[in-house]
Design a protein around this ligand. Structure first.
Ligand SMILES: [Zn+2]
Length: 321
């Protein structure tokens, strides 16, 4: 617990909007309820404070255009995606979904600004890493992390960025967007035999066999993250803390325990904090048996953020020592 903090409080700014939630048809596999459930859980546990919320507006078209093609954006805006494109995204199209996608992108931008000031911040959504410049897929419409990186670069708040993508699915959209960009290092650790069947090229891809458990996973993470931080010095880290590597996930095919997820998250946060790197946490995927369980798994990274006990400064927000 941070010194002088009477209750366990993360004191971490986080982006959230009630409209992150969009109703899904009955039986739809995307656990949209996880967003409000997670927020309620974090508030109830004292892991986040109501007063630390950053409420995004919809991301500006100019910002989205730093990553996405004019044609794709125009058709999103006009609701003119064809049936095949909507099927590829996998979520029914609606004006609310378009609004939600822009809110979540802005949430990651706001969290990134907060992370630069405070050391650590989060978006209670985002990590939509299957979105490419010109199309969406795999429940992803806009690539929020890519947009945030390009916005921060345009504002000259950062030069370089590292994406640590530990969602069980390869961050194919992010990899493709930054494939030829030496200023952005994309690191993806994912199920080799899992979606997407056609992988794109990240700067570092670590493909995992089905069924891998805590110890093997953590050994690989430790080794590769250390390698990455030896060869690349980012100005900011975006951590996609997907919880679909967890045992029992409907799409994950890996076997991390809840404790293993916690050790994973702590390792990433400690490495970043130890290197003095501002870190933005985004949720990415998670498909446990129930949205409640998915929200519980997503809460772990926030518990770990409290546990590493960053020092509070300026009376309210903290910086890492
Ligand atoms: Zn995933």
């Amino acid at each position: 617990m941070p010194a002088g903090c009477e209750i366990v409080c993360a004191d971490m700014r986080y982006a959230y909007h009630a409209d992150y939630f969009v109703p899904m048809p009955p039986g739809h596999p995307f656990p949209m309820a996880k967003y409000p459930l997670l927020r309620a859980l974090l508030l109830a546990e004292g892991l986040l404070a109501e007063s630390d919320v950053l409420e995004p507006a919809e991301a500006a078209s100019d910002d989205l255009a730093l990553v996405h093609t004019p044609d794709y954006l125009q058709r999103l805006e006009a609701g003119l995606l064809d049936a095949a494109e909507v099927r590829r995204i996998g979520v029914p199209w609606s004006a609310a979904l378009w609004r939600r996608s822009r809110l979540a992108a802005q949430g990651t931008i706001m969290a990134a600004y907060a992370a630069i000031e405070d050391g650590l911040a989060a978006n209670l959504a985002g990590g939509t890493h299957h979105a490419f410049a010109d199309h969406g897929e795999g429940f992803c419409v806009l690539n929020d992390v890519a947009v945030a990186i390009r916005v921060l670069q345009r504002e000259r708040r950062i030069g370089t960025a590292l994406v640590v993508d530990l969602d069980v699915h390869q961050g194919n959209g992010t990899a493709a967007i930054f494939e030829d960009d030496p200023h952005v290092f994309t690191f993806s650790m994912h199920g080799e035999r899992n979606y997407p069947s056609r992988k794109m090229r990240s700067r570092l891809d670590v493909g995992l066999g089905d069924g891998i458990g805590d110890e093997d996973y953590l050994a690989l993470l430790r080794r590769h993250l250390a390698d990455v931080l030896r060869q690349f010095t980012p100005d900011i880290v975006f951590y996609l803390a997907g919880v679909d590597p967890a045992n029992g996930d409907r799409y994950g095919r890996l076997a991390l325990s809840g404790e293993g997820i916690g050790r994973r998250d702590r390792h990433v946060l400690e490495c970043c904090a130890g290197s003095g790197l501002p870190t933005v946490v985004t949720l990415a995927g998670g498909y446990a048996a129930t949205p409640e369980r998915t929200a519980e798994l997503h809460a772990i990274v926030f518990r770990e953020a409290v546990a590493i006990a960053p020092r509070r400064v300026a009376g309210h927000h903290y910086r890492y020592p």
